[in-house]
Write a protein that binds this ligand. Structure first.
Ligand SMILES: Nc1ncnc2c1ncn2[C@@H]1O[C@H](COP(=O)(O)OP(=O)(O)OP(=O)(O)O)[C@@H](O)[C@H]1O
Length: 338
């Protein structure tokens, strides 16, 4: 996909978004100064180790965050198809936000069981969501629409009469994906939607998501710790470390020629999905304590390429070649360096 960042293609713009957990131990800066644009119909992957801030970012974007998480700065500008000017999701009042949920922005979380209502049959849950956009839908029409949605993810229509616990884990996750598609949204936010299922089901679900995305054209923000998975599905990838984006670029570029030493370490921590297995090296050391971030680059204590400057000056995310990277020693073609 060619990505031209014109105003007409922009769907979501994160501008200086910062989120903190206000705890008794202090203020945990889980996301700091996040700047990222998601274009219409684009699949953007967000990757990083555990505790890098990926889920915090998604819950802030969708306003699903709970105390003690607080958005302490920045904007989430949503360019909806029905409004002439973008709305800032950070500032939006709850009734307006409710109008966007499911119909324009929907969410698929890690555990389907945490999102599906255990005491309602699937039919009732789909009907509730479908009625958000079209309150007049009659019983027969609802049944038809629900059957079509379930069919999209390979589930037979009879299952609409089941309760979530009567479905396998993979089916629950696929039902949730179908539910997220119910109102033909502009943006689907997915937080590790396949971690709870086995590898075969993971592949099946990903293929279904890709097929649906091509057919329906929605944009996706897909969070995972597995970079090799994003190579398969994403147009662009953003890498998070210590609550900041440290590299952004096309999926091919970020995966095959990562410029940030952390991105390279992350890539080499996971076996590739479809290519010959490399030696997995991982990243030495542990993720930073967000309550005691170093003055300079948060990754420098673990970085074998660090220079003196890295300890004192935090590198800004800066354009380099066809992407952006936050690293004092980054070069456009890192293969030349190593
Ligand atoms: N309720 C909370 N109170 C205080 N700190 C929190 C809370 N929830 C998360 N954090 C901190 O925020 C940081 C980011 O967490 P987050 O869950 O967003 O990371 P993540 O990249 O999604 O990790 P994972 O891949 O494990 O889900 C971590 O340091 C975490 O300890």
């Amino acid at each position: 996909m060619t990505i031209t960042e014109t105003t007409t293609t922009r769907l979501l713009e994160l501008r200086g978004l910062s989120v903190a957990y206000l705890t008794e131990r202090g203020r945990v800066p889980a996301c700091s100064d996040i700047n990222l644009t998601i274009n219409r119909g684009e699949i953007i992957g967000v990757a990083g180790e555990s505790a890098s801030g990926k889920s915090t970012l998604l819950t802030a974007i969708t306003r699903l965050q709970r105390i003690p998480a607080v958005t302490v700065g920045g904007q989430v500008l949503y360019h909806g198809s029905r409004a002439a000017t973008p709305v800032d999701l950070v500032e939006l009042e709850e009734p307006e936000l409710a109008g966007l949920r499911w119909s324009e922005i929907s969410v698929v979380m890690q555990s389907a069981m945490a999102c599906l209502n255990p005491v309602l049959r699937l039919r009732a849950q789909f009907a509730d969501v479908l009625k958000v956009k079209n309150p007049r839908l009659g019983k027969a029409e609802l049944r038809q629409r629900i059957a079509a949605l379930l069919a999209m993810v390979g589930i037979a229509p009879d299952y609409m009469n089941h309760y979530p616990h009567q479905l396998s884990g993979g089916m629950q996750q696929r039902s949730l994906i179908a539910l997220a598609m119910a109102c033909d949204p502009e943006l689907v936010v997915m937080d590790e939607p396949t971690t709870a299922v086995d590898v075969v089901m993971q592949r099946r679900i990903l293929n279904q998501v890709l097929r649906l995305q091509r057919r329906l054209g929605f944009a996706v923000i897909f969070v995972t710790h597995d970079l090799s998975l994003l190579l398969e599905i994403a147009d662009r990838i953003a890498i998070m470390y210590g609550g900041r984006i440290v590299e952004v670029g096309t999926a091919e570029r970020v995966y095959r020629r990562p410029r940030h030493p952390y991105t390279r370490g992350l890539r080499d921590s996971f076996p590739p999905l479809t290519e010959p297995v490399r030696r997995l090296t991982g990243i030495a050391g542990t993720p930073p304590n967000l309550l005691q971030l170093p003055a300079g680059c948060a990754f420098q204590p673990r970085c074998r390429l660090r220079i003196d400057r890295c300890a004192d000056v935090r590198p800004e995310l800066t354009e380099l070649g066809d992407g952006s990277v936050a690293c004092h020693v980054a070069v456009d073609d890192p293969e030349e360096r190593s």
